[in-house]
Design a protein around this ligand. Structure first.
Ligand SMILES: [Fe+2]
Ligand SMILES: [Fe+2]
Length: 333
């Protein structure tokens, strides 16, 4: 399976194509999927119905497909929601399946995370959106905690197109990897930290999209509105009882700077927690290395160089150094 599959799943969903591809690896034997499965043998023809949604997807079916070298099946875009729910429910089994290669696990996780966070950001207060995203952060942290090469594999499927939802997932992955190298956090702490990182920009869901997606420089007035997102996110999550104290601290303070020139509370130096400092490094790095409508993505090297030369007064120097080493050696040998 290639990295382009996850990109095309999202692209298909976004463009409202009638079908989108899913990796065979994401389908669990002996489950009733709840969505119809299609096969496409001719790229110029629409996919044809292979298995109806109420039939169990058995080991034999999976083997047959594997023998025929089928790696990708198709689902109707109208059933995308069912697919995402299905993956969420089976994510634990997928990520701990010894037979599945790390490439496939990473891709299924990353794609699921993007889709779910995208849905959550459209209306975080709707239904159980926050709880589901928090559960997703748990799967991600668990995966990175249990599999030594997880970060390296997740980096390979990372999207470099900036959207608030891809950015949220990327920052979570970078920040958890950094925390694993910088501190010996126990699992519950690492989990709360990862959830905070995933939710750090949730307040942007309440900012006018015209400001959020502006292709031109923001006016002073627009910038003041944009700067409200940490407090908006904090208030939302505090009310929803969705995060612990570490997570809330991250959401509120991720734009504070060591120099004291950040916002919203103008904290400086030692009053900014190590959790916030780690997310701040990951946040700046991902913002620089992803494509925006108005500018190209920077290479990792250039981004780290820029951070070193121009932003070091705002960031935690020691954590930045660990981050640079981590990006140079994502496997952590
Ligand atoms: Fe932010
Ligand atoms: Fe951010």
């Amino acid at each position: 399976m290639s990295g382009s599959v996850s990109a095309s799943i999202l692209a298909g969903i976004q463009a409202e194509e009638p079908y989108f591809p899913v990796p065979l690896a994401s389908l669990r034997p002996d489950t009733v999927t709840g969505f119809d499965l299609y096969l496409r043998s001719d790229p110029d023809q629409p996919p044809v119905l292979y298995r109806e949604k109420h039939l169990p997807f058995t080991e034999q079916v999976r083997e047959r497909l594997e023998i025929s070298r089928v790696e990708v099946l198709y689902i109707q875009t109208a059933q995308a929601q069912q697919y995402r729910r299905y993956i969420e429910q089976n994510l634990g089994a997928i990520l701990t399946d010894k037979k599945l290669p790390m490439e496939d696990k990473s891709e299924v996780l990353y794609t699921t995370a993007q889709g779910l966070v995208r849905e959550m950001l459209q209306d975080p207060s709707k239904g159980d959106a926050i709880q589901r995203s928090a559960g997703l952060a748990e799967s991600t942290v668990q995966f990175m905690h249990q599999q030594k090469t997880a970060f390296e594999h997740l980096l390979k499927v990372t999207s470099y197109d900036y959207q608030t939802y891809t950015h949220s997932v990327n920052v979570c992955v970078y920040a958890v990897a950094l925390a694993q190298r910088a501190y010996r956090l126990d699992f519950p702490t690492l989990l709360e930290f990862g959830q905070g990182a995933l939710f750090h920009d949730v307040g942007k869901s309440m900012i006018d999209p015209l400001i959020l997606n502006s292709r031109t420089r923001l006016s002073d007035e627009q910038w003041e509105i944009m700067k409200r997102h940490p407090v908006l996110g904090y208030d939302l999550l505090e009310k929803a009882d969705g995060l612990g104290d570490i997570g809330l601290d991250i959401v509120r303070h991720h734009h504070e700077k060591i120099s004291g020139k950040g916002y919203p509370d103008g904290l400086r130096g030692g009053s900014i927690s190590p959790y916030v400092r780690m997310v701040a490094v990951a946040d700046v790095f991902d913002a620089l290395t992803t494509r925006r409508p108005h500018r190209q993505a920077m290479s990792s090297f250039k981004a780290l160089k820029l951070m070193h030369e121009e932003m070091l007064a705002d960031l935690d120097k020691e954590l930045f150094t660990i981050f640079v080493k981590m990006m140079g050696n994502p496997r952590g040998d």
